[in-house]
Structures are given as structure tokens and as C-alpha cells.
Design a protein around this ligand. Sequence first.
Ligand SMILES: Nc1ncnc2c1ncn2[C@@H]1O[C@H](COP(=O)(O)OP(=O)(O)OP(=O)(O)O)[C@@H](O)[C@H]1O
Ligand SMILES: [Mg+2]
Length: 451
Amino acid sequence: MAFSRILVVDDEQLVRWSLRERLSAEGHDVVEAGTAAEGIERAKDDIDLIFLDFKLPDGDGLQVLRKVKERTPDLPVILMTAFSTIESAVEAMKLGAFHYVNKPFNLDEVLLLAEKALETVSLRREVVALRSSQGRDYGFDAIVGASPAMTRVKELLAKVAASPASTVLLTGETGTGKDLAAKAIHYNSSRAARPFVNITASALPEQLLESELFGHERGAFTDARQQKRGLFETADGGTVFLDEIGEMTVGLQSKLLRFLEEKTFKRVGGLADIRVDVRVIAATNRDLEKEVKAGTFREDLFYRLQVMPVVLPSVRERRGDVTLLARFYINRFNGEFRKHVRGLSTAAQELLDHYAWPGNVRELRNAIERAMLLADRELLEPQDFTTLTRTVSATHFKLPAEGVDLEEVERQLVVQALERANNNQTRAAELLGLNRDQVRYRMEKFGLRQT
Ligand SMILES: Nc1ncnc2c1ncn2[C@@H]1O[C@H](COP(=O)(O)OP(=O)(O)OP(=O)(O)O)[C@@H](O)[C@H]1O
Ligand SMILES: [Mg+2]
């Protein structure tokens, strides 16, 4: 236990003395007061805990308690009473006393009670500090971007956070900040003090995902040896972030839809309807509308999610933010790596401004991180961004005088990349500075055979 400042309010000198002896032996700093008025006065001195006598020469302990609680509701007060009546004890607890002890008291017990009170306070302070620091990390300020596209999105996110909307759909390419946006919505909503739970649909096979979400009863399936609460129950009052919703099986999609519409669900193998109040934020980097057409995503679920859609723009749609993001991450990594990088050279700036950023902010962040780990200059240079050099060569493509058929050029490049990568779509994607979904999309668009 850390050393604390404890105030003892009692008109009997002997009581004050014995408490002081014992508490200071434990390393605490003890302040004394002999009257109610003095007690109220001394309670202002940055006190961590008060021992308060019930009967004081100029009033009773309850008056002091009331005054103290008005000013510092979290300050714990232990009331000491010589003739404990139930009423005064009840009254004291109602007024927010931490506890009460009967006089004459056992000093060991009193000490134990003091420790408990001080521990409760420090835990409470810790929780408050933690929550507010989480809030700070996930405030809208943590979402860097001042471009018109990003400003609009931030305004929309703030509105969504404040709204009672029970479902939200976040879409956008990989690395555009969907995770960040989900946390910003939660921590800026009235649900902030309740849990934020996060689950990725693609991470688990269907049956496991179902029992993660909805929980299960004992014996529901072979491995279900015990009853288990699902995430929807755990998050009651808070937010469930369902990432990569596009990967969810159609069977589970209908169970999710039923839950979204009725707000109730059954545990796997259970009969009872369980009602919870959660906001579901779903996210995907896929084009759900296309998945609906392809029959892999339920149309009704799509429309249910579409009630509150937020599209996170790609970096290409907000090029103006590249400099801002780069500066943000240079600052961050200066702190983390104890470096003193001042910024980008003109050539490096040029490179970042024209790069395609298929991995969006995540890629930009990684590029800066890597560059700063390696660089020992004040300004980052293009050669510090070796992973991006593809675009440097891309700048050598010269538009022929007669112009080109861009679609045809694109088609040929995709074909060549697939050939060179032996039809490995991930490797082809790397060659083109795209992600796998983007390559697949183009293969479909150009009618290229999937192998
Ligand atoms: N606007 C932004 N400002 C600052 N950092 C950002 C921003 N957007 C994204 N980031 C950072 O980029 C990284 C990737 O973001 P995030 O995980 O939110 O992307 P995502 O959209 O969920 O991607 P995926 O679809 O791959 O899951 C994280 O480190 C995140 O903090
Ligand atoms: Mg994500």
C-alpha cells in the first residue's frame, strides 16, 4: 500500500493518539482535528481517507460527512460511533460513508479497513485514468486527416457515435482505418464505459464463431463441457465490432440478422431467449453489393447493415492527407525510436505524393517506420523507402503521342503479372502494387480464368 494522508476527526485526544500511532507506524501521514468545523477545514488538505467520530462538540459526524461528500464524493470516510444505532449507520452509508466501526475498536481491524478503503480509491482512480486515456487514444483526433473527404467522414463518425443507431457498416480498402473508426465510435458514444469487443469473422470456423458470438449451453456439442457466455452477452451495454463480415458464412449471416432485428438470441443448444443491448459495428474491405449479387452475402442482412454506412476513403482519394499522415508518424516514431528526423526531402515527398498506396494508411505507416529505423539523416530520402520504389519505375511509363487504351494496358499488365507469378494471385498483387481482392476484381472484370 502506498503512503497516504489520513485525517482523524475526534474530540477525544486518546482516540486521535492511538490512531495516529498505529497509522504512522504503517508509514501514513496523519492529520488531526478535534471539532466538526476543524474537520471540514482540514478535509480540504489533499486527504486520502477520513476517520470521523460520530459525536463531536460542535455537531455530529453526519454533517461533516455530508460536507465532505459534496466537495469530494470519492474521498472515503469511515465513521466511528460509540453507541452504534442502526439508524445512524444506515444514514452514514446512505450519505456515502465507506464503512463504520464501533467504539471501542480493535486497531488491527481498523487498519485492515483503512487499507481496503485506500485500495478501493486507488483502483477507482486507476479505472478512471485508464478509461479516459483509452478515450484519448481513440478520440476523433486520433484519426489523422484534414482533406475534405476525411473531414466529412469524421463528422459522420461523430454523428453515428452520438446516435442511437444499433448497427453501423464500415467499408473501405484494407488499411483505411476501419478498426480505428470502430473504436472512435465506441469511445465517443454513451457506451464508452461499457465493453468494446472485437471479433474477426474469418478467424474461426463457423461453429466456433457462432458459439463465440452467442455462447453455448453445456453439452451443446462435443466439446461444450461447460456453459459459456458469448460476446454479445459480455458486451451488453457496449459495442461488438464484427470485422471482415464479408467472410461470414451464409448460415451465420441469417442468425446475425435475426439478432439485429429482434435484439434477442439463443445460446447454441439453448432454449431461452436472451435479450441484450449492444451496438454492432460491422466492417469489410470487400464490395458487399457484389457479394450480394454473387449470392455469397444475404441481401436482407446487407440492407440491414446499410442503414448506417460509413465509407473510409482510400489514401488515393485523399492525397492531401499524405503529408499530414507522414508528419504524424514521423513524430510518433521520433518518440518511439529516439530519433530526430525533421521530415521528408523534396524528392521523398514527391515519391509519397505519387505512390498508389494500395495498403493505404497501414502501408504508409509501415513505410515511415521502416525508413526511420534505417535512416540517420535529418530528412528522409527516397532511398529510405525501398519498398515503394516500384512507383519510381512507374514514373518512367511515358504516354505515347497517339494515346493508349488504358483498360487494355491494365488488362495486359494483369495478365503479365499473373504469368510471372505462376498464377499466384498474392504474388501478382505484389507485382502490381495491389491487394489480392483488387487483382481478383480485375481478373473478373477482364474475364481472366481463375486457377
Ligand atoms: N486516419 C488515420 N490516422 C492515423 N492512423 C491511421 C488512420 N487510418 C488508419 N490508421 C492506422 O493504420 C493502420 C491500419 O488501420 P486499420 O487497422 O484501422 O485499418 P482497416 O481499415 O481495419 O484495415 P483492414 O481492412 O486490413 O482490417 C493502423 O495502425 C491505424 O492506426
Ligand atoms: Mg481491420
